[in-house]
Design a protein around this ligand. Structure first.
Ligand code: FE2
Length: 423
């Protein structure tokens, strides 16, 4: 007897009428017409069954702090960093844990199964690190939480940041972070990339850097990140987050830069909702969009996954842990509107990001973990269009969250049912 049998599901790759058998926390079969006895059977007719959403870029130490001690009036990235600096000495470890756990509950209900969170190490007490290490342990049965040691105030600009970075890694933080564009000079930024990549190489760790999150067309830290990745043999272990300056760079320079990024096999993590809000703040009109060159980077063969970055914190007042909302924003800002591109945007919040995080046994194949989401949508495009309800969230073969079906889009009285054409 198996534990769970999903009947007649649609899968993100376009297959329909698929049954999924689960036993002992694993997927044991994905095929049509499974007849095994099961303790629980779920009919998924006309429903998309997807592997869990994966958020490869988040700040869990800041989430749900909106308004504390005040709101960001200008709405800029720099005021957000200043505001975060005001909040840091005020908050306690218990408060960070309580907010993070509340966020994780929301995330699970929205079908997120894995999160990479940056945690600020520019705090000599390392309260955020201590809190999120505790949270990582508390949520491990329902969320894979990876932590990045993130020197928010600059690993050189803040006099104790490098020491705290090493302390955080010693305490068990997984990944080396950085923020070269926030160092005092371009030279310091480049030196910080070198030092942090060398630290990661020495310890055998991955790197995920906030890199060139600016509108400056002359910022060159992505180039340095690619160079150091190749020099130190870190190919495949380094992610560049944001990379927004690339939207402002000269096309000729980008034609040199992208091959360097390919040589380094960098992963790319745009954060569409946040950067469409934060970038271009000094522009009048035309205003720049603030998203890196997603299509060009993807077409060059780089792995690109969308992150959410923030929810209700010093930088961003909105958000609801909805990776479909993130995919929707990335789709619009990147003008990724063909059927294939829209489906790719779904991959950018599922399998691409799982690959960035190096998640083991992720996906809807035999022997993968029995982790998935049943969505109130028939395919990935409809899921993005509707920001579809997560009807059931399954982890280890057990339903851990349920949401009633929405009637908002399909059953309004006296209105025809919206049907996506078969294209
Ligand atoms: Fe970030």
């Amino acid at each position: 007897m198996i534990d769970l049998l999903i009947k007649n599901a649609n899968l993100p790759d376009g297959r329909t009428g698929i049954d999924i058998a689960c036993k002992d926390g694993k997927i044991t079969a994905v095929e049509t017409g499974i007849t095994a006895d099961a303790k629980q059977v779920i009919d998924a007719t006309d429903r998309l069954v997807s592997p869990p959403f994966v958020d490869p870029h988040f700040h869990m130490d800041a989430t749900l702090s909106l308004g504390r001690p005040r709101v960001n009036v200008s709405g800029t990235l720099l005021e957000g960093i200043a505001l975060w600096g005001e909040l840091k000495p005020l908050q306690t470890i218990d408060e960070i844990i309580e907010r993070a756990l509340r966020y994780c509950d929301i995330a699970v209900s929205m079908g997120i199964g894995a999160i990479r969170s940056h945690v600020d190490v520019c705090d000599d007490e390392l309260k955020g690190v201590e809190a999120l290490l505790d949270v990582r342990n508390q949520v491990k049965d329902y969320i894979d939480l990876q932590l990045v040691a993130f020197p928010q105030d600059g690993v050189f600009r803040d006099p104790t940041a490098m020491k705290n970075m090493i302390r955080a890694l010693d305490m068990g933080v997984d990944i080396v972070g950085g923020i070269p564009h926030f160092e005092r000079t371009m030279q310091d930024g480049a030196r910080s990339v070198t030092a942090l990549c060398e630290l990661a190489a020495k310890r055998g760790l991955m790197v995920d850097m906030h890199c060139d999150e600016s509108d400056d067309p002359n910022s060159r830290h992505v180039e340095t990140l690619a160079y150091e990745t190749t020099r130190l043999g870190l190919q495949g272990r380094v992610a560049g987050s944001h990379l927004t300056s690339m939207h402002s760079m000269d096309n000729y320079y980008v034609s040199k830069l992208i091959p360097l990024m390919v040589e380094a096999n960098l992963s790319v993590i745009p954060n569409p909702s946040i950067n469409i809000m934060l970038q271009g703040r000094h522009d009048t009109y035309p205003k720049r969009r603030g998203q890196t060159r997603v299509r060009e980077l993807r077409d060059a063969g780089l792995n690109v996954g969308f992150g959410s970055d923030c929810m209700m914190d010093p930088w961003y007042s909105l958000g609801r842990a909805d990776m479909l909302d993130v995919a929707n924003m990335g789709l619009h800002v990147g003008q990724l509107s063909s059927r294939a591109d829209m489906t790719w945007c779904f991959d950018a919040v599922t399998q691409n990001s799982a690959s960035i995080m190096g998640l083991k046994d992720y996906g809807l194949n035999k022997d993968c973990n029995a982790n998935f989401v049943i969505l109130q949508a028939k395919d990935p495009i409809e899921a993005i269009r509707l920001r579809a309800t997560r009807l059931k969230v399954v982890r280890g073969g057990k339903v851990i969250s349920q949401t009633p079906a929405s009637t908002a889009h399909i059953d309004l009285p006296n209105r025809p049912k919206v049907v996506e054409p078969d294209i």
